[in-house]
Ligand binder design. Structure first.
Ligand SMILES: NC(=O)c1ccc[n+]([C@@H]2O[C@H](COP(=O)([O-])OP(=O)(O)OC[C@H]3O[C@@H](n4cnc5c(N)ncnc54)[C@H](OP(=O)(O)O)[C@@H]3O)[C@@H](O)[C@H]2O)c1
Length: 307
């Protein structure tokens, strides 16, 4: 596990707290956030609440129109940017556009994601959830890190999931990143969400000597467009399984808004949160060697896009 510069305090919030409640009384005036997947679900609510608290939000979506449409629905200051995470040229172009704004980034919220594609899909010869959920964000964060450092106590927030516990044996199948040696939709999703935890931990370790923090989180189970790939019986089974735990979108966006903004978390790095509290990950999520290996492999896979 990454060295933690400060232990997170027990928070006054819980699974029912909303994004508005956890940011109540916090002024984000003069601060800038970037939110990926700003046009839907938790990303949209996060952008709404952060702008409501006075932040300038750079809203990233797959294409310019989606980003612009979402930003136009906000009352506060926004800048729409296109960022198709499974197209590394698009990620680089997004990072360059954000670089050219020249503004320090106080909160970099890697929220976008896809879940449980029914059949194996690939990009760059790699399984698409690993590419989208992990590698696209790996490039984006690395290319924006100087701007996060310029913010002083900038925060990188990675949306993971409790599904990181469904990662395959060994955590990350380095010899099957293509998915061709075997593909199960939820196992591949779990692997990509474990990658989000390990990336945050390794980033926290690499940033130990700075004031920048990196944390990951599970937002809860929320009915959003994330379930778009689940059809008929699968949807019914999942609905029955998770119904008792379901929360609404304002509650679902609370943990990421809490981790991104709450003053009590300044200097807290390398942790995993759920229900607005620090929680334990799976054993793979605490494996420092695995985190380091994933970083090195990710760097090799994306070398030409890292700049
Ligand atoms: N909802 C839950 O129960 C739950 C539970 C655990 C973790 N999470 C995590 O929470 C995060 C937000 O999910 P959500 O529930 O808000 O789902 P959502 O409503 O489906 O939103 C996902 C966002 O990610 C974007 N996205 C997907 N693929 C992309 C790509 N290739 N490039 C750029 N953007 C892309 C989507 O854009 P489009 O609309 O254009 O597709 C959308 O804006 C995800 O990382 C998810 O894994 C959610």
């Amino acid at each position: 596990m990454a060295k933690k510069s400060k232990k997170p305090p027990k928070s006054e919030f819980n699974r029912k707290s909303t994004a508005e409640e956890v940011t109540d009384g916090i002024s984000l005036r003069g601060k800038t956030a970037l939110v990926t997947g700003c046009n839907s679900g938790l990303g949209f609510e996060t952008m709404r609440v952060l702008t409501m608290r006075g932040a300038h939000v750079i809203g990233a979506a797959r294409d310019e129109k989606k980003a612009k449409d979402a930003c136009e629905m906000m009352a506060g200051e926004t800048t729409p940017v296109a960022c198709e995470l499974s197209d590394f040229d698009s990620v680089v172009a997004c990072a360059e556009q954000v670089n050219s704004l020249g503004t320090p980034i106080d909160m970099l919220i890697c929220n976008a994601g896809i879940m449980a594609l029914p059949d194996l899909e690939q990009k760059y010869g790699l399984e698409l959830q690993f590419v989208t959920n992990h590698l696209g964000h790996f490039i984006l964060v690395n290319r924006l890190l100087d701007q996060v450092k310029q913010a002083g106590a900038g925060r990188v927030v990675m949306l993971s999931s409790a599904a990181h516990q469904q990662a395959p044996k060994g955590g990350i199948e380095f010899d099957n990143l293509s998915g061709e040696e075997g593909y199960t939709p939820f196992t591949a999703y779990g692997q990509s969400k474990l990658a989000n935890v390990l990336f945050a931990n390794q980033l926290a370790k690499r940033l130990e000597k700075t004031k920048v923090t990196a944390n990951s989180l599970h937002p809860g189970v929320i009915a959003t467009n994330l379930g778009r790939n689940m059809k008929g019986p699968m949807m019914a089974v999942m609905g029955l399984m998770f119904l008792p735990f379901m929360r609404n979108i304002p509650q679902g966006a609370a943990t990421q808004c809490y981790v991104a903004t709450h003053p009590s978390l300044e200097g807290v790095s390398g942790y995993y949160f759920s229900d607005c509290q620090a929680k334990k990950t799976s054993r793979y999520g605490r494996d420092a060697k695995l985190a380091e290996r994933l970083w090195n492999v990710s760097e090799d896979l994306t070398a030409q896009y890292l700049g």
